[in-house]
Ligand binder design. Structure first.
Ligand code: PLP
Length: 379
């Protein structure tokens, strides 16, 4: 029952939630550097270099912007910038974040054609083909890659192959997958995509990288008045990046310290080798799932479509998962997450999307759960 703070005395809890994640010591050091001005001399170079690195992580030759806001701001921008009130959007919904996309779309007065699966099931590409055939006027198809609320990985490449045959653009929420598992925006046929700094990209919360390909821009830059604001309109971000490129390639005060920290993390990912990171998370997942099964717990989704960066597991029978989560937090100083929405009190979600999570962290979670069982006379 060790309290590990990795040399940082103010660090009390180990974060094993699906974001935000614990930062590496190098990222923490970069966060403590003096605040930089967001224009002039060297800043545009730092910003543009960060977007260049992000392009390799997204797997795109399109444009990347770093929005100042959480992951949801990027999703809001991708949907709201591209469509106008009354237009049709097909949304894949198999959990909390698919539901959120629908909420965002409805906030812009869009007509949502939902493709629904039970929470914990995977979306079926054939349903998208069917919806696109029936709604030839759909302007966008959108869904989350990893549905973090259930840990299901949706088949983006297969759905992308289908969407490509229609005029609709393909938008993907890669908030919890980018940097944690293979992702190929261009070759998967994704036109607009957004992520967040605080999950597999290993930075602090507060930034949302957004990537846009040429089919995405064609839609965003159609000449009509959209019922959309200014800040989260990607056309605003493009205008300023073109016009103010050499000194200030964004419309607002960039969160310079957060960008510096994010860049440090991405440099580390690329230096370690991104494939090595993917393998590391996968190995942590396997170790955790093996341990959970061994102590008699049941996994929430089959391994064939379970995310490599977060694991969902049912609690013990007749036990509210919040009690188990609180126990681990109080006795082991480890934070894991519960279920969202429909899955509240039913499952626990254990994140392993940071290189800071070691084999012994995984083992500690398993032994904490085992000890909970023996202390509460669960058989
Ligand atoms: C975390 C997450 C979000 C929300 O991101 P915020 O940074 O909290 O706004 C959206 N989609 C998915 C798939 C996520 O995992």
């Amino acid at each position: 029952m060790s309290e590990s703070n990795d040399g940082n005395p103010s660090r009390r809890y180990r974060l094993m939630i699906p974001g935000p994640v614990d930062l590496t010591p190098e990222v923490l050091v970069s966060l403590s550097a003096p605040v930089q001005a967001d224009y002039g001399s060297n800043w545009p170079d730092i910003y543009l270099d960060t977007t260049r690195l992000l392009k390799t992580i997204f797997g795109t030759s399109g444009d990347v912007f770093i929005l100042v806001g959480s992951g949801s701001s990027g999703i809001d921008a991708c949907i709201g910038s591209a469509l106008k009130t009354g237009e049709k959007i097909i949304i894949g919904i198999n959990g909390f974040f698919g539901e959120r996309m629908k909420e965002i779309a409805e906030s812009y007065g869009l007509e949502v054609i939902p493709i629904i699966k039970e929470w914990g099931e995977v979306l079926d590409p054939r349903d998208f083909e069917f919806a696109l055939k029936n709604h030839q006027d759909a302007v966008m198809v959108a869904l989350p890659h990893i549905e973090t609320s259930t840990t299901v990985v949706n088949p983006i490449a297969e759905i992308g192959k289908i969407v490509r045959k229609y005029k609709a653009v393909f938008m993907v929420d890669a908030v919890s997958s980018l940097g944690g598992m293979p992702f190929y925006m261009d070759s998967w046929g994704i036109d607009i995509c957004s992520s967040a700094s605080q999950k597999c990209l290993g930075g602090p919360p507060g930034l949302s990288p957004v990537a846009i390909g040429s089919k995405g821009w064609d839609l965003i830059q159609r000449s009509f008045t959209k019922d959309h604001g200014w800040y989260l309109n990607l056309a605003t971000w493009k205008k300023y990046s073109d016009k103010w490129m050499v000194w200030h390639p964004f419309p607002i005060t960039m969160a310079t310290s957060l960008v510096v920290a994010l860049r440090t993390s991405i440099e580390q990912i690329l230096k370690d080798g991104i494939d090595n990171r993917f393998a590391l998370y996968r190995a942590r997942a396997m170790r955790l799932r093996f341990g959970l099964l061994k102590i008699g717990l049941q996994l929430f989704v089959p391994d064939d479509f379970a995310a490599p960066v977060v694991t969902a597991v049912y609690g013990y029978p007749d036990t509210a998962t919040s009690l188990m989560i609180k126990y681990i937090e109080d006795k082991y100083y480890i934070k894991i997450a519960g279920g969202l929405g429909l899955l509240k009190e039913k499952i626990m979600r254990i994140g392993h999307m940071s290189p800071m999570i070691s084999e012994s962290d995984i083992d500690d979670v398993v032994s904490a759960l085992e000890r909970y069982k023996s202390e509460h006379n669960i058989h």
